[in-house]
Design a protein around this ligand. Structure first.
Ligand SMILES: Cc1cc2nc3c(=O)[nH]c(=O)nc-3n(C[C@H](O)[C@H](O)[C@H](O)COP(=O)(O)OP(=O)(O)OC[C@H]3O[C@@H](n4cnc5c(N)ncnc54)[C@H](O)[C@@H]3O)c2cc1C
Length: 823
């Protein structure tokens, strides 16, 4: 017994030190002291002696800096240098671009929640709010999405003019250049609101404010370029596009085959140093109408006119539309969301070097320029458009499901529909928190490379799930296209959001964890960077510090993951109110589990992990869900811990934790080295998988929130255009919703009388009049039922067309004939 007691005491001391991340010195003192005191008091002299020998044998060599470096770190450095895959220049650039924010804490295994909660609450300024209430509201009132998507395949001229006049294209351009100089939050809010009316308008506005000429000029442009272009871009006098993608360079944008050759040519009788560009680009948004084209190409200088380097690398230039030889203007047709998008080409197009963004000295720096700017645009455009879409889905589907009756009941009352409504509500809560968190990160001055990838992937994927559910709940109403259909186009456009700015499969499987693991890990990047230190002494010293920090980190995460696992996350640091305290503890547990698995996977598989995309994707999912859950908790705090939001938060949080568990379990189960997989399972899931998806009861509460007016629903539908204008069916449906709900008990009374055969009339209006006469309903109730019946009739109606209306104005045969005639 005394032996067990002594062993146990030493083990607990070691575990406690590891759990709290104590230093090696503290661990040595605490363990030796505990062993001596408990061992002597318990009278286990031999055990105490043996334990002390083991403890000192570990502690002493590790605490002697010189010995440790020479005997342990030096051989490991040699091995590490051999097995570490050399980062390509592209990977190195991608890793160096961007900053690490709270996602670093999630990767640490011991997140500091107070860091998260002390971040300022994101809010619109008075001026930004006025823009939302003024021009944005007015623009939404002008939008007829059917006219845009079906009749014109473009924005009408008055919408183009309005957008330019009110500087919608200049949201990211500072005021000194005539732009609006908005915060990222305001930029996001504008896009969200526009997306609730038209994906085409939102995409058109998003692109000039995302990665493209304006953003690149702001960071790298010469003063002359900035002073010329930025004021013109701000007021839409210049329409920009940015052309990177081509037939052979999609996801792997570095493989562009477009090239420029530095050369001299006579221009207006003057010998001019310039480049001959040959390019073939496709999918370029705004290209058909662009007046200035941002072009990415590889620049070569075979005659060494610029210096000693022949292959200068990826380079960025701005070409005016009038550039001779630039073929531009044709359009692609992206899934019935007809924002301007098309190809552009050129062969041996001569331009002076002054068109290079930043001037000739920026030749070859194009890739770095792109990745440094990418995260900011990616954090806003797609996540905001998706968030606007899902907020609108809440407003539309919640109202429609309540007013659409089948089998004598609102379809919202059927459990099957309720399940879809719960997903719409819960995932919208998560999406809204996620895009708010990434916009806030940009406003704090971060370049959120990993969160922007998380936001892009998860906001669009949750958007995809919600769009599907919204379609299902609407049934045929959403299938029949026409001016009355407000859901179909959003659903059609989902794959566009999935594909652009980093196609989702690649974003999930390669980027989130791939970048997160190295960038957010407290030691891996330091270890890798130490290898490039020229001086051996410094290299060894830096490597030694990072390595032993890393080992301690790994042990601590194993202990934390196991301890929090066996205690069911009931202990540990926490924050927030009593309702959410347990949520923070769950996040602590999975943060430790993620850190443990990430380290183990990287340690065992090394560079091969990069090619194990299915494992990497799952660990990326874990990081993403932890990030989304943290964003939701922050939003809950920022909005004053509203009780009304708790079902939404609870649903979304449990969904996140369940998905986290399944992703972790999938990663561990599929880890190719079986003993490692077994050990990880024992540490991470000591009692198996205990998380469960949100319960049916919780789902019912979420469905109730989104199908009736209320403060939680108002927050969920923030920035949805709900003004009941003639062009806004969703707004008018929501205006009728209180009446629909007030009418429900009256309808029950009326229905009872109907079933009892009290009415002679066969039509609804006749029966209503009889009900009034018979005193079944009073005059106010009569008016209410009539109003609701008429309103709902309008909302359940769908469009029909004359056969000729559906035929394309220009057929392929017409086009062929035109071409033949021209030839
Ligand atoms: C409507 C629209 C607008 C666009 N606007 C612009 C624009 O303005 N400017 C511009 O330059 N480009 C633009 N693009 C291009 C867009 O960025 C690319 O479509 C995107 O990068 C994907 O390239 P791809 O379509 O050729 O797909 P591919 O690269 O052929 O990819 C096919 C599939 O393979 C997956 N995949 C590829 N590599 C990997 C990997 N290593 N691991 C896992 N999966 C992988 C992808 O995720 C995808 O699912 C636009 C595209 C569209 C459709």
């Amino acid at each position: 017994m005394s032996v067990i007691l002594t062993l146990l005491a030493a083990l607990i001391a070691t575990g406690a030190c590891a759990y709290h991340r104590s230093s090696l010195r503290t661990w040595a003192i605490a363990t030796v002291a505990t062993t001596v005191v408990v061992g002597l008091l318990a009278g286990a002299l031999w055990t105490t002696f043996i334990l002390l020998v083991i403890e000192l044998a570990i502690a002493v060599p590790l605490l002697m800096d010189g010995f440790r470096r020479k005997q342990i770190s030096a051989p490991l450095l040699k091995m590490f240098t051999k097995v570490t895959p050399k980062l390509s220049e592209t990977e190195q650039t991608a890793l160096e671009a961007g900053t690490v924010g709270f996602e670093g804490e999630l990767f640490s295994g011991k997140p500091d929640w107070h860091e998260l909660l002390k971040q300022p609450k994101p809010e619109l300024s008075v001026e930004e709010q006025a823009f939302m209430d003024g021009p944005v509201e007015e623009l939404c009132g002008m939008i007829d999405d059917w006219q845009i998507t079906h009749e014109l395949a473009d924005l009408p001229p008055e919408v183009w003019a309005f957008v330019k006049k009110h500087k919608f294209f200049g949201m990211i351009i500072p005021k000194q250049y005539g732009g609006l100089g908005f915060s990222a939050l305001a930029h996001s809010a504008v896009l969200q609101k526009l997306a609730t009316m038209s994906a085409t308008v939102a995409s058109t506005v998003a692109v000039p404010n995302s990665l493209g000429p304006a953003e690149l000029l702001l960071h790298y442009g010469s003063d002359e370029q900035k002073n010329y272009y930025l004021p013109r871009l701000a007021v839409g006098e210049e329409i920009p596009c940015f052309a990177l993608t081509g037939p052979y360079a999609g996801s792997d944008a570095t493989s562009i085959t477009d090239f420029g050759i530095v050369c001299k040519q006579m221009v207006d009788g003057v010998e001019t140093l310039g480049m001959k560009l040959t390019f073939d680009k496709r999918y370029i948004t705004l290209a058909p109408i662009a007046t200035v084209v941002g072009l990415a190409f590889r620049l070569y200088d075979p005659e060494k006119l610029l210096g000693d380097t022949e292959d200068l690398g990826i380079t960025l230039a701005l070409l005016p539309r009038s550039t001779p030889g630039l073929e531009i203007g044709r359009r692609h047709f992206p899934l019935n969301i007809p924002f301007q998008n098309g190809p552009l080409h050129g062969k041996d197009v001569f331009v002076p070097l002054s068109v290079l963004i930043g001037g000739p000295h920026m030749a070859g720096h194009g890739w770095r320029m792109l990745v440094e700017c990418l995260s900011v645009g990616r954090a806003i455009s797609l996540p905001s458009n998706a968030t606007g879409g899902v907020r609108a889905a809440v407003a539309a589907t919640g109202a429609y499901a309540r007013m659409r009756k089948q089998f004598g009941l609102s379809v919202a009352r059927f459990e099957g529909v309720e399940e879809a409504l719960a997903r719409i509500g819960g995932l919208t809560y998560a999406t809204a928190a996620l895009s708010r968190a990434t916009a806030a990160a940009v406003d704090r001055g971060e370049k959120p490379a990993v969160p922007s990838a998380i936001a892009k992937y998860h906001a669009t994927e949750m958007g995809r799930a919600i769009a599907g559910d919204a379609m299902d709940v609407h049934g045929g109403k959403a299938v029949q296209l026409g001016p009355k259909n407000y859901a179909g186009r959003a659903w059609q456009g989902v794959p566009i959001a999935i594909t652009v700015e980093g196609a989702n499969i690649m974003t999930r499987s390669l980027m989130i964890f791939g970048q997160g693991a190295i960038r957010c890990h407290p030691y891996v990047l330091k270890e890798m960077q130490s290898l490039s230190i020229a001086d051996y002494g410094d290299r060894l010293k830096t490597f030694d510090r990072a390595l032993f920090g890393h080992i301690g980190f790994g042990i601590s995460n194993a202990v934390r993951a196991f301890t929090l696992g066996i205690t069911g996350s009931r202990i540990g640091d926490t924050a927030g109110d009593a309702y959410v305290r347990r949520y923070y503890r769950k996040l602590n547990r999975y943060s430790a589990a993620l850190a443990l698995c990430a380290d183990t996977f990287m340690g065992v598989l090394g560079g091969k992990l990069k090619f194990k995309e299915k494992l990497s994707a799952r660990l990326g999912d874990v990081l993403s869900y932890l990030y989304i859950a943290s964003a939701m908790l922050k939003r809950y705090e920022d909005t004053g811990r509203p009780e009304a939001d708790r079902p939404l938060l609870a649903w979304a949080f449990h969904e996140c934790m369940w998905r986290t568990q399944m992703a972790l379990d999938g990663a561990i189960r599929n880890f190719p080295v079986r003993p490692v997989s077994w050990l990880l399972r024992a540490l991470v899931f000591p009692f198996g998988r205990r998380e469960v998806p949100p319960s049916d009861r919780l789902g019912r509460r979420v469905a109730a929130i989104i199908t009736a007016p209320g403060e939680a629903r108002d927050r969920l539908t923030e920035w949805v255009y709900l003004t009941p204008t003639a062009n806004n069916t969703i707004g008018r449906m929501n205006a009728l919703l209180p009446d629909v709900i007030a009418a429900e008990p009256v309808e029950r009374k009326f229905g009872k009388a109907q079933k009892a055969g009290q009415f002679k009339s066969h039509d609804y209006n006749g029966q209503l009049a009889e009900a009034l006469q018979a005193g079944v309903i009073n005059p106010a109730e009569f008016e209410l039922l009539k109003r609701v019946r008429d309103g709902v009739a309008e909302f359940i109606a769908v469009d029909d067309f004359d056969a000729a209306e559906l035929r394309a104005a220009v057929t392929r045969a017409d086009r062929k004939k035109k071409l033949a005639d021209a030839a």
